[in-house]
Design a protein around this ligand. Structure first.
Ligand code: IMP
Length: 424
């Protein structure tokens, strides 16, 4: 029963969608286990580009796809995404299943995400404004509403009214905004329930049955380790655990079921939203990389912040998820550079820092220490085997392996499926 988890090793946007899409070819089932529609997984099929937010990338390969209990589901966004894919000829309803235990993102979560961010002013977190953190807060506070609740005609309205009474008090009294209407939300969610109902299942049972039958299950992580609620740059992080361990609780499977953990890292680093980023570069240094790497958020369209590869970041992510194999994306974006700095460690006063620190105060005192690697000044987007890469590109990748302790198993040299080098 092979079960592979794919997770991000930086601040998200590592290109996990494309990597999952490659591995999904041989998988039977693809499962999302955390996050929500804050994610944006881009997959190119032929000359068509698909941006997936909530639906696992395996949908494009007609695999059984499961939105696990650990995901927060905005049903409106889910239906829009389903319909958008179906208009483009993708079979969604036949292949998608949604865990009844997944928590719902409600309109007040989205509203409060926006109001909180506005109130924070220049101290804002830079969230995707999708209501993610607010939905997870309610889940942990045991005041959330789950996908299964939405299907219970007899009790759903009462649950919704009770939750909204509390949220409206905050919306009105704290933020001075207009309250939301129970009736409108009830009607809208009843409509969503009708559409989603045929896909709602006990996700954990379905996934465990697949594992027991020897099927290959692929767990698709969203975001990245440095956005983890426990180990990320708190509070500049998301509200879930984008680590391999979360696949177990976010899907309802035993840790013993996981046989392979693949981390995905970009050949440089990007980040969207606020928060520390030690190897960040000035725009004039990396403007060309933004265009070549299409470094704009898939979900929000915001320009991503760009910096050099940071081995201190990736080493910690490798440690946290137990990554042995690593997929590297976007090395082609570095094709034109003369020299490429790679951060090998930080200096913090007299101390050498090898692993990303938990304390942002300490991090603020850290200075990246760079090694200059020779660029290759050659197009790598046509490479299909490791041997096709110029020697300096191979040296660069080898150095990333040495610095992170993870073996490279796959390299993506462009967005198309064929622009993939399978190493091992
Ligand atoms: P939230 O997840 O919308 O609450 O946003 C919290 C932080 O995580 C913000 O800095 C977002 O930009 C970042 N974030 C959330 N999802 C993603 C993602 O899929 N890729 C990159 N950054 C993300």
């Amino acid at each position: 029963m092979p079960a592979t988890v794919v997770v991000g090793l930086q601040w998200g946007d590592e290109g996990k969608g494309g990597v999952v899409d490659i591995y999904a070819e041989k998988a039977d089932m693809v499962v999302r286990f955390q996050g929500g529609n804050n994610a944006g997984h881009t997959v190119m099929v032929g000359d068509q580009i698909f941006a997936l937010h909530l639906i696992p990338s395996g949908i494009l390969r007609e695999k059984t796809c499961v939105i696990g209990n650990g995901v927060v589901v905005d049903p409106k966004a889910l239906i829009e995404e389903m319909e958008g894919l179906e208009r483009r000829g993708i079979k969604v309803r036949e292949n998608l299943r949604v865990s009844e235990n997944a928590h719902l993102i409600m309109p007040w979560h989205r509203a409060l995400d926006g109001l909180q961010e506005k109130a924070l002013g220049d101290k804002k977190l830079g969230t995707t404004l999708r209501g993610i953190g607010l939905a997870y807060s309610d889940k942990m506070a045991r005041t959330g509403i789950r996908v299964g609740d939405m299907l219970e005609q007899g009790t759903f309205r009462a649950k919704l009214a009770a939750a909204l009474q509390q949220k409206n008090a905050i919306i009105e009294k704290v933020y001075g905004e207009k309250p939301l209407s129970v009736d409108e939300i009830y009607d809208a969610y009843r409509g969503y329930a009708e559409i989603i109902k045929p896909m709602v299942v006990d996700g954990a049972v379905l996934i465990n049955q697949a594992l027991a039958a020897g099927k290959h299950v692929l767990f698709e992580g969203a975001q990245g380790a440095l956005l983890d609620i426990d180990f990320g740059t708190y509070p500049f992080c998301t509200s879930s655990n984008p680590l391999a361990g979360a696949a177990c609780v976010g899907a309802g499977v035993s840790p013993k079921a996981i046989s392979d953990i693949i981390g995905v890292a970009k050949a440089y680093t990007t980040r969207v939203g606020e928060g520390p980023f030690p190897t960040e570069c000035a725009e004039e240094q990396v403007g060309a990389m933004r265009i070549k790497g299409r470094e704009f958020g898939t979900t929000t369209g915001r320009p991503r912040r760009i910096g050099w590869f940071d081995a201190v970041v990736v080493r910690r992510a490798v440690l946290l998820s137990g990554v042995e194999r690593m997929a590297i994306t976007h090395p082609d974006v570095l094709d034109d550079l003369e020299d490429i700095p790679v951060c090998v460690r930080y200096k913090c006063g007299g101390e050498t820092v090898e692993l990303f620190p938990n304390s942002l105060e300490k991090l603020a005192r850290c200075q990246p220490v760079y090694e200059q690697l020779k660029g290759w000044k050659q197009d790598t987007s046509q490479a299909r085997r490791l041997e096709d890469l110029p020697p300096n590109a191979r040296r660069y990748l080898k150095r990333l392996e040495e610095l992170t302790g993870a073996k490279i198993c796959l390299i993506r040299v462009g967005p198309r499926r064929d622009q993939t080098i399978l190493v091992s």
